[in-house]
Design a protein. Structure first.
Length: 339
């Protein structure tokens, strides 16, 4: 029954992609409880009063068990994770604990309560360096850093749980999440912020002096890296579809979430200049370690399985809400008194 209201636990629902998804789920009539430890999430990112925010860890089994008792969840949407690739290289155990061990403890509670629908935030980082472009789901999954490994392990665990106790899951492999809500109420606020689009815009507000352009000698048409930037509201829509697919008895799926459009770093800078009418201060820097030259999704499987396609294909549609958010009075930051 895809359209009947579901009771959903959203972990990491106060984070960037989670908070946009929570708003969409609520707008569709679903009942949402957010579990977020607010290490990177923000209390103010939960804007709907009907949403209960529980501050705590995904791996806290006593807490999660009490929530399952109280709310009898039909499904879990699991966003909570650390996502700094560089940090995952220097501190892998932090990533394996948070991104792999904690979900194992959550899955154990789901098994205990017979909750068998799980939507999982996976990543194109599970592919490592792609063997062919655009990247299809048939590309071997060979991550080149612990972050990607920590996510791939969960994908494998989900497949084993499917066999053992009938869990059905959707592994959604995101490409580069970007943009923000149209009404400007929520947006991207990472601390530290490492992503290209916000950093380009922060260089325009003066929050940083310039944006570093990591490498101009890649084997790409303009020498800079190519990525597939996907609007966060399009990601949210895919989660809704995946959830309804599983809730109506659909089989487990794994699919890419991208636009299929590759955009270079230089093209992002040009788009930002066009949207804002300002000149971006750029400093040419050396390559950032671990950056593959080009990562572009083949998004056709998600279209087949979920009837989902990205609505925003022009990167200016991602830059515009990001600029509205960052150039607003609050400077793209939720206030600090949110703990
Ligand atoms: N990038 C850059 N300067 C920055 C941040 C990123 O040139 O300050 C480049 C980076 O090398 C990559 C692309 O922009 O090619 C997207 O990087 P981001 O960190 O946003 O996402 P990733 O693809 O690493 O997940």
């Amino acid at each position: 029954m895809p359209n009947s209201p579901l009771s959903i636990l959203v972990t990491g629902g106060a984070g960037y992609i989670g908070s946009h998804t929570v708003r969409l789920l609520v707008s569709q009539g679903h009942r949402v409880v957010v579990l977020d430890n607010l290490v990177y999430g923000h209390r103010q990112a939960i804007v709907d009063e009907s949403v209960r925010l529980v501050v705590g860890d995904v791996g806290d089994q006593a807490l999660v068990r009490s929530l399952f008792k109280e709310h009898s969840f039909d499904a879990v949407v699991h966003f909570a994770a650390f996502a700094y690739v560089g940090e995952s290289v220097t501190n892998p155990l932090k990533y394996y604990e948070n991104n792999t061990s904690e979900p194992i403890r959550l899955l154990a509670i789901m098994q205990e309560f017979g909750c068998r629908c799980f939507v999982f935030s996976s990543t194109c980082a599970t592919y490592g360096v792609p063997v062919a472009l655009p990247i299809t789901e048939a590309n071997p999954q060979q991550p080149i850093n612990p972050y990607g490994q920590s996510k791939l392990m969960v994908e494998k665990i989900l497949a084993d749980c499917a066999v053992a106790w009938g869990l059905r899951s959707a592994c959604l492999r995101y490409f580069n999440a970007s943009g923000g809500s149209e009404d400007g109420l929520i947006g991207e606020d990472h601390d530290p912020e490492t992503h290209l689009i916000p950093r380009v815009l922060m260089a325009l507000t003066g929050e940083i002096e310039h944006v570093d352009l990591f490498g101009t000698d890649y084997e790409t048409p303009d020498g800079t890296c190519i990525r597939d930037y996907i609007h966060v509201d399009d990601l949210a829509e895919a989660h809704l579809r995946a959830l309804e697919h599983l809730a109506s008895g659909g089989e487990s799926i794994s699919c890419n979430l991208g636009t299929g459009v590759g955009v270079s770093v230089k093209e992002i800078i040009a788009a930002a200049e066009e949207v804002t009418g300002l000149k971006v201060p750029v400093r040419i820097a050396s390559r950032r370690e671990g950056d593959p030259p080009s990562l572009v999704a083949d998004p056709s499987l998600a279209a087949t399985l979920l009837g989902w396609r990205a609505r925003h294909l022009d990167v200016r549609e991602m830059v515009r809400p990001a600029w509205r958010w960052i150039s607003s009075q609050h400077g793209g930051r939720y206030s600090k008194n949110d703990l």
